[in-house]
Design a protein around this ligand. Structure first.
Ligand code: NI
Length: 178
């Protein structure tokens, strides 16, 4: 990691930046590469599997993913202006959480495999074929760039239960005595 790169605060549910459509990156410059380094650092400190730029308050189409598969493979990638170009017909359910909605998890149905095309932080075209956890993390992060959160996939009943639990957790954190 570049010296001086620090983790940044993570934006939580309720901040409007999480509901905006992030803008395309136009300049593949040092500022972009520093931002990507900060995203990796933020994700590592938070022990997350993925992070999108809006989650640190930057409304730009950038994501990072760092996933360890059960098979021991390690997938670590930064994608700029990513587009999902293929989705498998087969879908599966698995539990998801989000660094912007800490403390709660719920199962979400998604395609098992995807192809994502975009650019690396130097501006070189990058095509990623992913399955399983890796594919799930990529889809979750691309959603963030369109202002979509995993809770949007839940039934109203499940979403309300989850949000109630989340608010209780937040209140307990803000007011430990109460
Ligand atoms: Ni998330």
């Amino acid at each position: 990691m570049t010296p001086g790169v620090r983790a940044r605060p993570i934006v939580l549910l309720g901040d409007p930046v999480l509901r905006e459509r992030a803008r395309e990156v136009e300049a593949f410059d040092d500022a972009l590469r520093t931002l990507v380094d900060e995203m990796f650092a933020t994700m590592a400190v938070a022990d997350g599997a993925g992070l999108a730029a809006p989650q640190i308050g930057v409304s730009r189409r950038i994501l990072v993913v760092d996933v360890r598969h059960s098979e021991g493979d390690h997938a670590r990638v930064a994608l700029v202006n990513p587009v999902i170009t293929e989705r498998s017909e087969r879908e599966a359910r698995d539990v998801e959480g989000c660094l912007s909605i800490p403390g709660v998890k719920e199962s979400v149905r998604r395609p098992v495999g995807v192809v994502v095309e975009g650019f690396d932080p130097s501006g070189e075209p990058l095509r990623v074929e992913a399955e399983g956890l890796y594919a799930r993390a990529l889809q979750h992060e691309v959603d963030h760039l369109d202002g979509v959160l995993f809770i949007d996939y839940l039934s109203p009943l499940k979403r309300n239960l989850l949000l109630r639990k989340y608010r209780k957790l937040r209140e307990a954190e803000e007011d430990p005595a109460g």
